[in-house]
Ligand binder design. Structure first.
Ligand code: UDP
Length: 495
């Protein structure tokens, strides 16, 4: 098998690096964490990834396929002790992921996650485990991994599935208290400490776990753990945002390894189709559909794993896509997420656009679709992985941010990289909460899609910039490229 040499090396070498990955149990965090682990394993490292059971199940096919190809990667799952955090009934259906835990239980959920430290340690100490880890790579949302790493006696790196631009903006806003005395959460504030001028609002970019009543202590713990990390691993690449990678490195005074775009670990249809979860559409059927379309002609619309769109908003998006006249693939997620009216609307639209528009009722093989030559643009909520996957595929984006880091990712796409057209959302919609009004009308959707697809000279330039970035992304991951060298360096550093 193609990776057997790397695996043999890792297993036979007494001093091979062994990374313990502790991802956040959310698709947008665990997918890139798994890809990063696989990339480190290709350079001869051992990797152990820990996860909760139903979340682990989603990425197990990817890990199994990597093991079969010869990589020394182990995925271990640990059930959560909900009773210990005052949720005696557990979670319906064994929910243990950010996309299926009700918002009102989220803080307890984070507490239950922190209790995994002991079972993880016992597992690692047990005889059947691989040799002890030499480094913990934990999501920045897991402050408790500081104690885990200390008790294992190894360094801890913070893992970010965010861009350096976003992390630096948030860092500067917090460090310079930019929101102090700003009463209106929608009042624009200039991000301090950057050469270029960017305006954000507290509502758009509050900082992680900031502004949620009851989360103050947790937010402080996350910040302390970030400041005390031994280094940072980011799913981005240097050539896309050199000044912000340098800026964050300087601001933190710690080593930063940019290792992306990590989705490029997947070079073949077979493993691309396994990525993240079981797909609701057969990958071959999807590819056949795309094969039948002109190069660069298909608009892909998807809002990631967490956003639950309001029914009124769903129909405006659908009507906008329909009116644009372009072929499209629209990920509407599973039927259970929609009410009767929305379902009737979606079924009606699906019938009207048959042949030209493909609706995906659940998990889509996103990276596979975006890398197909028929893909032409991406209507995205600006989750960092989606944004970077668009860059990797050389596609311009229609930006429609909802919450967390998405407004800052939109700024990177539109104002820094100049590959995006914004639908103009100014205020966040909180997830799992119904919207009162339609935020973006069908005409706006149609105009934005037309602008990225047929936008004349300007559209052509946007597309050229996106393609050039994709070239740089691929070069970064090739032998001798910046990310490839960083991956190699990481493995060397922790042998
Ligand atoms: N994804 C996918 N199929 C889907 C929805 C999402 O493969 O139907 C993947 C997508 O390619 C990305 C991740 O899930 O890698 C979503 O991460 P992102 O940061 O874009 O958004 P989030 O889900 O965290 O809001």
């Amino acid at each position: 098998s193609n990776h057997a040499a790397a695996s043999d090396e890792a297993n036979n070498k007494a001093d091979a690096a062994h990374f313990l990955f502790v991802p956040l149990m959310a698709q947008g965090h665990i997918i890139p964490a798994v890809d990063t682990a696989l990339l480190l394993a290709t350079q001869g490292a051992l990797c152990t990834i820990v996860a909760t059971p139903s979340t682990a199940a989603r990425v197990r096919p990817t890990v199994d396929s990597a093991r079969l190809s010869g990589l020394a990667v182990t995925l271990v799952d640990f059930p959560l002790d909900y009773a210990a955090v005052g949720l005696p009934g557990g979670m319906p259906g064994g929910a243990d992921n950010m996309d299926n835990i009700p918002l009102e239980h989220m803080l307890s959920y984070y507490r239950a996650i922190a209790l995994l430290r002991e079972p993880i340690e016992s597992y690692l100490r047990a005889a059947h485990a691989p040799r002890p880890p030499t480094c913990v790579v934990s999501d920045f949302c897991h402050p408790w991994t500081r104690e885990l790493a200390a008790s294992l006696g190894v360094p801890r790196l913070s893992f970010f599935s965010m861009c350096a631009f976003c992390i630096l903006c948030q860092h500067n806003v917090e460090r310079f208290n930019a929101y102090d005395g700003v009463l209106d959460p929608n009042e624009p504030v200039v991000v301090p400490g950057l050469e270029k001028r960017f305006e954000v609002t507290r509502a758009q970019a509050p900082g992680f776990f900031r502004g949620w009543p009851g989360w103050e202590q947790f937010g402080d713990d996350v910040e302390t753990a970030r400041a005390q990390a031994d280094g940072v691993v980011i799913n981005t690449f240097l050539e896309m945002e050199p000044e912000y990678v340098a800026g964050y490195t300087a601001a933190r005074g710690m080593k930063v390894w940019t290792v992306g775009p990590v989705s490029l670990y997947h070079q073949h249809t077979a493993t691309l189709a396994l990525r993240g979860d079981t797909t609701a559409i057969d990958a071959d059927e999807c590819l056949r559909w795309l094969d039948g379309k002109e190069p660069g002609s298909v608009v892909y619309a998807s809002f990631g794993s967490i956003v639950h769109a309001d029914p009124k908003q769903v129909s405006e998006l659908g009507l906008g896509l329909e009116a644009s006249g372009h072929p499209f693939i629209w990920v509407v997620k599973d039927a259970a997420r929609h009410d009767e009216t929305a379902l009737a609307f979606l079924r009606g639209l699906e019938a009207r656009v048959a042949g030209r528009g493909l609706l995906v009722w659940g998990w889509a093989p996103q990276a596979l679709i975006l890398s197909h030559r028929a893909a032409g643009a991406f209507v995205t909520h600006c989750g960092w992985n989606s944004t970077l996957e668009a860059v990797t595929a050389g596609l311009p984006v229609v930006t429609w941010p909802h919450f967390t880091d998405q407004f800052l990712n939109e700024k990177l796409a539109v104002e820094v990289l100049e590959i995006g057209v914004s639908v103009g959302v100014k205020e966040p919609v909180l997830y799992q909460v119904d919207q009162k009004e339609i935020v973006v009308g069908r005409e706006t959707v149609e105009a934005a899609v037309r602008s990225v697809m047929d936008g004349g000279e300007e559209g052509e330039e946007r597309r050229r910039r996106a393609r050039a970035l994709a070239g740089k992304a691929k070069a970064a991951m090739r032998e001798g490229g910046s990310s490839h060298s960083n991956i190699r360096d990481l493995v060397k550093c922790f042998e």
